[in-house]
Write a protein that binds this ligand. Structure first.
Ligand code: ZN
Length: 128
């Protein structure tokens, strides 16, 4: 699943953590569907960290990048959320940059949270 990585300024340890979380996301059917949708559209992202980031992670529809606050914010929930934002950027007409700082951004967050809840149900075995 490292084929989703375009460039990376992550340290070796951060990159190893990123790849292990990608593999975990791929193990679950909704996560695999998300990764396959990104991969089949040849989408690749720039991965980096920024200690000054507001929040644990961020997807930029302008840079097509995924930023983590640091190695401790690299986790299943954060990565899945940012990858889902990348999916939304691909599938919303003309992308999601149009919603930056606008009321529509609340819908973008709502969709990502709903996807995450559905994925957690699969992950926990409550849905089969
Ligand atoms: Zn979000």
């Amino acid at each position: 699943m490292d084929n989703l990585i375009n460039t990376s300024t992550l340290t070796d340890a951060e990159r190893a953590k990123l790849e292990s979380i990608l593999n975990k996301i791929f193990e679950n059917c909704t996560g695999a569907a998300l990764l396959n949708a990104l991969h089949s559209n040849n989408l690749k992202f720039d991965f980096k960290t920024n200690p000054n980031l507001n929040g644990l992670g961020s997807y930029s529809p302008i840079e097509k990048s995924i930023t983590f606050k640091g190695v401790n914010s690299m986790n299943f929930g954060t990565l899945q959320e940012e990858l889902f934002h990348a999916y939304q950027d691909k599938y919303h007409q003309v992308g999601t940059a149009q919603y930056l700082g606008k009321p529509g951004s609340a819908n973008i967050e709502f969709e990502a949270k709903l996807f995450s809840m559905i994925n957690e149900l699969y992950q926990s075995g409550m849905l089969a």
